[in-house]
Write a protein that binds this ligand. Sequence first.
Ligand code: AMP
Ligand code: TRP
Length: 333
Amino acid sequence: MSKKIFSGVQPTGNLHLGNYLGAIKNFVDLNNDEQNECIFCVVDLHAITIKQDKDELKNNIRETAATFIASGIDPGRSIIFNQSKVYAHAEGSWILSCMAPMGWLNRMTQFKEKAGKDKEKASVGLYIYPILMASDILLYDATHVPVGEDQKQHLELTRDIAQKFNKDFDCEDFLKAPEPLIKKNFSRIMSLKDGLKKMSKSDPSDLSRINLTDTKDEIINKIKKAKTDSFPIPNEDQKLKDRPEAENLLGIYSSILDQTLNKTLEEFGGKNFSDLKSQLADVLSSKISPISDEIKKLINDYEYLDKILAEGAGKAEEIAGKKILEMKKIIGF
Ligand code: AMP
Ligand code: TRP
């Protein structure tokens, strides 16, 4: 069955292995299936929910687009654009924010994590961030949304908002409730320094993550320094309980090679972490450093990247512009 795919990544710098294995690698697989219509958005309006430096933001928008392309998304086949270029996203977000009850937003765990202890100081934008995400998805009638595990709750909210809009305005099936596409096993890649913390752009320690722009030597060094425990690698996955760092490294190895955890355990069961680390460093550097080299090449080609983004915005505008007009008609404008 053909799928309409929409997903977004924030241009906030330091795209890492978690972004790649949790999201971008799936984007590439979906892009490669000719039956799919894919749209990949650099969500710059989401990025400004947290203060950004103007020049860095500009660079990060280009770098995120370059990362999509360097990872294997073909701009000839998929639409790549940045969100702020298509006005319908912000307009749709306002309309949906007037439909969505505050109680639904109060349950969002990502807001609680990102706002931290001092919620009063968090921006209103950060609070209504999931509504903008719903607008992104619903404007394109997306059927499937590939994301990492941390976005699951936002997708459930998107489905609820779509259903409420259709019911409130008696327009059955106008907004399409999308299905999440979340990898079953490796949808949460953890920090290399703490197996209980998500690998994240904002972790102050660069050793906690493999950046998609890291060199071979940096990758090898980070894997060498990754936290482990002092037991040998087990043969069965049940024995990984309470060993988050071991589980994470074995998960990364399995995910990058597209193999099951059991297959990886067959390979390494009974061995020491030094064996796993040297193999993992080899595999990661052979898969990630070509992407890194390509990003560094593309990032200097402003003309090419800006052309891809402008063409993508034109195509996105055609789809979203139509949908927002229908939406406005439905609500009485
Ligand atoms: P963001 O950088 O927050 O815009 O995230 C872009 C995509 O990467 C989303 O689909 C996230 O769910 C995914 N992602 C971010 N961090 C991780 C992680 N540590 N493990 C798996 N997926 C992740
Ligand atoms: N909120 C997502 C994240 O932080 C990014 C995002 C914005 C997104 N709009 C989207 C993802 C629409 C999928 C679909 O990762």
